[in-house]
Design a protein around this ligand. Structure first.
Ligand SMILES: Nc1ncnc2c1ncn2[C@@H]1O[C@H](COP(=O)(O)OP(=O)(O)OP(=O)(O)O)[C@@H](O)[C@H]1O
Ligand SMILES: [Mg+2]
Length: 140
């Protein structure tokens, strides 16, 4: 099986052929705690089934693990296929706003290419674990 890893700020991401397996980073206690919170937040938001969120295939309560389908990487080349000179690390503002801003919700993902993935031909957020976002949503 071919697999690789990515090191997020708070989670280790193990990429298998089909899945992204996201445990909290075990290297430092505070990162581990933040990783638990991020996973917990993604698990809660994924239940909304907003189409701009990468779905969660499997998860453990409490944030111990999240498993998503593996998305294709969003590169500047994939966003602007006919403009190879572009090197931006974020989406065009208007595209980003269209993805995140909706009448009844806002997708809690940052405008960084690495926070998004290509899934079934469309852009979805792969990092939507901001704990502030869940606090805000629960106040609504
Ligand atoms: N479903 C996915 N498919 C493919 N790659 C993914 C997926 N989820 C995460 N990744 C990759 O792993 C990286 C780290 O994941 P993620 O951003 O969710 O972790 P994090 O700890 O919140 O990191 P950070 O906040 O520093 O970006 C992402 O930038 C992306 O490259
Ligand atoms: Mg993050």
């Amino acid at each position: 099986m071919s697999w690789t890893t990515r090191l997020g700020a708070t989670r280790l991401v193990i990429l298998t052929r089909r899945h992204a397996i996201k445990p909290p980073r075990p290297t430092a206690w505070h990162l581990f705690l933040s990783g638990l919170l991020a996973n917990r937040t993604e698990r809660i938001f994924a239940q909304t089934e907003w189409p701009e969120l990468c779905p969660i295939r499997w998860s453990l309560p409490g944030g111990w693990l999240v498993v998503m389908p593996r998305c294709n990487e969003v590169t500047a080349r994939s966003v602007w296929p006919s403009e190879p000179e572009r090197t931006e690390d974020h989406l065009p503002d208007d595209l980003y706003e269209r993805l995140v801003e909706h009448d009844d919700y806002r997708v809690p993902a940052e405008n960084k290419l690495f926070s998004w993935g290509w899934y079934a031909g469309r852009l979805v957020a792969v990092d939507y674990g901001s704990p502030e976002a869940i606090e805000e949503r629960m106040r609504c």
